[in-house]
Design a protein around this ligand. Structure first.
Ligand code: THU
Length: 139
């Protein structure tokens, strides 16, 4: 299998450049490899009404869904500073929807594309609640 890591990192770095983050001044880029083997990228998009800001991972997932993708195989997140820009709790759950219980690789990089951490979505969200956990009671 081709290793898409370098391509994903380049796409996430390019996405960070497009970030709209005037309030936090913390631009973030994300790129994911989908089940159609396409790469979908996203940046964070903040809002004057602060709680309405959208994370880079959510933008990338939205781009994937819009193009017909349904599964994330690998996610790269690029942050602007020296600290790890790991997905927030909400994004871990959003990713869970499209990555399954056993998890997918997540690569965290700095703005120059240096890898800071290799982890796995299942490690970031243990005992996760996903689509198969939705038990509908009979009415
Ligand atoms: N942010 C992301 O886009 N992704 C992450 O993984 C962590 C945080 C954004 C949200 C907000 O626009 C800014 O970074 C500061 O929290």
């Amino acid at each position: 299998m081709t290793d898409h890591r370098a391509e994903l990192i380049a796409a996430a770095v390019a996405a960070l450049e497009k970030a709209y983050a005037p309030y936090s001044n913390h631009p973030v880029g994300a790129a994911l490899l989908a089940n159609d083997d396409a790469i979908y990228a996203g940046c964070n998009i903040e809002n004057a009404a602060y709680p309405l800001g959208q994370c880079a991972e959510a933008t990338a997932i939205g781009n994937m869904v819009l193009s017909g993708g349904s599964r994330v195989k690998h996610l790269v997140v690029v942050g602007p500073g020296e600290h790890l820009c790991t997905p927030c709790g909400g994004c871990r759950q959003k990713l869970r929807e499209f990555s399954g219980r056993t998890g997918i690789p997540i690569t965290i990089c700095d703005q120059r594309g240096n890898i800071l951490l290799e982890t796995n979505s299942a490690d970031l969200l243990p005992f996760s609640f996903g689509p198969e956990n939705v038990d509908r009671i009979r009415s």
